[in-house]
Design a protein around this ligand. Structure first.
Ligand code: HEC
Length: 158
């Protein structure tokens, strides 16, 4: 009985020493971890400066709304988006009325074209996902031209 106890004690001490060795390596790792976290999640920025994640890096809005483009955008929106978005109230997704007062045009187009990555990588889209009960926005495979037309339509919603 005594022998078993001694063996167990030796094993425990041995494990303790081994885990101490591992422990000091670990603390070096933790020293590096925050660097990669900073890369993944940039510091909070002005939401209007955030262009989102996706194919769109630059959008220029005309001084006036392009009525023909907006009409086309309304058609695409009604065919693909109204199952979840209403322009007079919050629904399964947010009401897009006034969205351009809170988001950059690039962010909106990236959200339309690349929602599955936006909700993983973009800090605003991540927060929205949580706010909307983790119901992810579906990718509707909207072509860039149609996404641009929807953006023009959103400019007409007041
Ligand atoms: C299956 C439901 C669903 C469909 C279809 C859908 N969305 Fe969404 N949308 C959401 C949800 C839910 C969110 C909030 C983010 C999240 O939970 O993923 C969202 C977020 C957004 C946002 C961000 C709004 C804000 O206030 O920042 C925009 C813009 C948007 N959707 C546009 C569209 C457009 C345009 C279409 C059609 C091409 C579309 N969505 C189709 C559910 C949907």
């Amino acid at each position: 009985m005594k022998k078993i106890f001694t063996t167990a004690l030796i094993l425990t001490v041995g494990l303790f020493i081994a885990s101490c060795g591992g422990g000091s390596e670990k603390s070096t790792d933790t020293g590096e971890a925050p660097v990669s976290m900073v890369e993944d999640e940039p510091e909070a920025m002005d939401p209007m400066e955030n262009k989102g994640v996706g194919p769109i890096s630059s959008v220029t809005l005309g001084a006036e709304v392009d009525a023909a483009m907006a009409a086309k955008g309304q058609e695409v929106f009604e065919a693909n988006c109204t199952a979840c978005h209403k322009t007079d109230k919050k629904f399964i997704g947010p009401n897009p009325t006034g969205v351009l007062d809170r988001r950059s045009p690039e962010w909106v187009m990236n959200m339309i074209m690349n929602p599955e990555n936006m909700i993983i990588k973009d800090p605003i889209a991540k927060d929205l996902l949580a706010e909307y009960n983790n119901a992810p926005m579906a990718n509707q495979n909207i072509a860039e031209e149609d996404a641009r037309a929807i953006l023009e339509y959103f400019r007409t919603l007041k």
